[in-house]
Design a protein around this ligand. Structure first.
Ligand SMILES: [Zn+2]
Length: 576
């Protein structure tokens, strides 16, 4: 038996040696050209933030990269295949620059940034890319010279090997799908949803593989750009008729901070047993509302309800009307948007068109180093301006899943916590403590971020306020449920933290508003109060003033019934 194996092995090596001997120059060329083609992928495997420290992810990434690269070779001759792959070598500098600068692959949001040229980051990228493009022109010349040296009529694979390689690729892809299916069946209770989530995770893997990521992102980015143009045109003639009724003639700064995936129950200011919000607990003139439900259990549905007059029951109103930004703009405020996410969200991009300035991080949600405090540089610049009236929205990453990627090491207080990047597969009872510890660390960081942001605004000594609300909450193993955004919204998903801070000068000038804020703190309300409350804080009047929806008014109505949209935009009664 062993004799047979040895002679078999010998035969195998002999054949390879023979092949190398006959094709020495060609093999060298093929390896050289393949390395140029796959360089962006290899670069990402070493430096990409979404793969760091996770070998399974690296293997999946490399596997799909190889499949993309091999497709032409399964159909065409070697030379034609390298010519086809060569088209993408032209796009490589863009990919390499994005990996170098942001540790990310190209995304639709990134293409959107380039299309909307007023953005700072795309300039920075195009500047840094100049040298790279020049270097790549040289690489490009060498590449095509190399391709021209290849014989015209050889195939990379014999017919039989072609069949084997194709089967291996298909086997790899189907195992990958099964892997995602198994992962999702562990965390999603509904069987139909498992397919949906598995499809989503499977396709998402391709979206970050060069060169497909660039083609996909250009296509999606252009589509999104057109949607933004169209939806902006739809509301162009809409006006709130907003006016500021009481003009203080002092500096006024109103800030809305939108949180991410923070739930009410995990803040110590809301009686959580762990000390997760020590700084907010000490912040003077800060009121925590006890009973606020978000009207959507995911970002996509929650944001339009926060920023427009839309509600869960009248959701599509957001496509017909402008937003809170426009209302402040009409009333004479300079408006700003600073965001650590949602760069590719067509609704958000429509909303920010009227802002004086906006900043978006061009990173994806799985990035491990875009901490919210990085937004302070932009906030500081805005606060340093000599403007009398400002309205600033800060959209944070808060406690978005991989909780441990949301805070620097100094906030790693509750241990053991999760480490590095990992798949959704780690969400199981075994890792429950680690996940909850990481989640609580992210809340501790949110406490720091909010308290320091308030301090920055307070320092300006004006008439100002900061309102913080999270877009939705999160399930943390209650009844075995995790994450958020399912078909049946849970209380953990909709009960959100809601803080209102007002400055000393605000309290002096508007004591009746301050009293109402304190008195309203226990009323059961929903996230749809944000729109009217922000206007009322700034004394802005629109044609439809709903005092029953303002936290600064004694008329604020406590809701006996509250509704929320689920993942399918169905209206669910949360009061049952
Ligand atoms: Zn969200």
């Amino acid at each position: 038996m062993s004799q047979f194996n040895h002679s078999n092995m010998f035969l195998f090596y002999e054949r390879i040696l023979l092949f190398v001997k006959l094709n020495k120059k060609n093999i060298f060329l093929i390896v050289f050209l393949s390395t140029i083609c796959l360089f962006p992928n290899l670069f990402y495997i070493f430096f990409g933030s979404s793969l760091s420290g996770n070998n399974t992810k690296k293997i999946i990434f490399f596997g799909i990269s190889i499949i993309f690269f091999l497709i032409p070779f399964l159909i065409f001759k070697v030379r034609s295949s390298f010519l086809i792959n060569g088209i993408f070598v032209l796009l490589a500098p863009l990919e390499i620059a994005q990996i170098y600068l942001n540790k990310e692959t190209i995304s639709p949001g990134f293409i959107l940034l380039i299309l909307q040229t007023s953005f700072y980051e795309s300039y920075e990228l195009l500047e840094s890319i100049k040298l790279l493009i020049f270097a790549y022109l040289l690489v490009y010349l060498v590449y095509f010279f190399g391709v021209s040296q290849l014989p015209k009529k050889i195939d990379l694979f014999t017919k039989k090997r072609r069949l084997i390689v194709t089967s291996l690729c298909l086997l790899f892809l189907s195992s990958l799908y099964l892997y995602f299916f198994a992962l999702n069946s562990k965390i999603v209770p509904d069987k139909k949803e498992v397919f949906m989530f598995a499809n989503g995770s499977f396709l998402q893997k391709f979206e970050e593989i060069y060169p497909y990521d660039i083609l996909y992102s250009i296509n999606e980015g252009i589509k999104q750009y057109q949607t933004i143009k169209k939806t902006s045109a739809d509301v162009e003639h809409f006006s709130f008729g907003a006016k500021q009724l009481v003009r203080t003639n002092e500096r006024e700064i109103y800030v809305l901070v939108i949180g991410e995936t923070a739930r009410y129950a995990n803040f110590s200011i809301n009686n959580y047993t762990r000390i997760t919000s020590p700084l907010l607990s000490k912040t003077t003139s800060l009121v925590s509302f006890r009973d606020v439900y978000s009207e959507g259990n995911e970002t996509r549905t929650s944001l339009p309800i926060l920023l427009t007059r839309a509600t869960a029951k009248n959701f599509k109103l957001f496509t017909k009307e402008k937003s809170i930004i426009d209302a402040f703009d009409e009333a004479g405020f300079s408006t700003y948007w600073i965001a650590n996410q949602s760069v590719g969200d067509t609704f958000i991009q429509r909303v920010v068109r009227k802002t004086r300035e906006c900043f978006f991080v061009a990173k994806k949600n799985n990035s491990s180093d875009n901490f919210d405090e990085k937004l302070w540089i932009y906030l500081d610049k805005i606060l340093a301006k000599k403007e009398k009236k400002q309205f600033i929205v800060i959209h944070t990453m808060g406690s978005h899943y991989r909780y441990n990627n949301r805070y620097p090491e100094a906030f790693n207080k509750f241990r053991p916590s999760s480490e590095g990047t990992f798949s959704y597969g780690v969400i199981d009872m075994q890792n429950k403590d680690k996940l909850i510890n990481s989640y609580d660390n992210s809340i501790l960081y949110t406490d720091y971020f909010l308290a320091k942001t308030i301090a920055k605004i307070s320092h300006k000594k004006g008439v100002s306020s900061l309102v913080y609300i999270s877009d939705h909450g999160e399930n943390l193993f209650e009844k075995g449920r995790v994450l958020h955004g399912g078909i049946v919204p849970t209380i953990s998903e909709v009960h959100v933290p809601f803080f209102v801070w007002t400055s000393e000068r605000f309290n002096q000038l508007f004591p009746q508003k301050k009293t109402s804020i304190i008195e309203n703190a226990n009323k059961s309300i929903t996230s749809s109060v944000i729109f009217y409350s922000l206007l009322d804080l700034a004394n802005i009047d629109i044609r439809e003033n709903k005092k029953q929806k303002s936290i600064c008014s004694p008329l604020l109505h406590a809701d006996s019934l509250r509704f929320a949209l689920n993942q399918n935009e169905q209206v669910i009664n949360m009061s049952k």
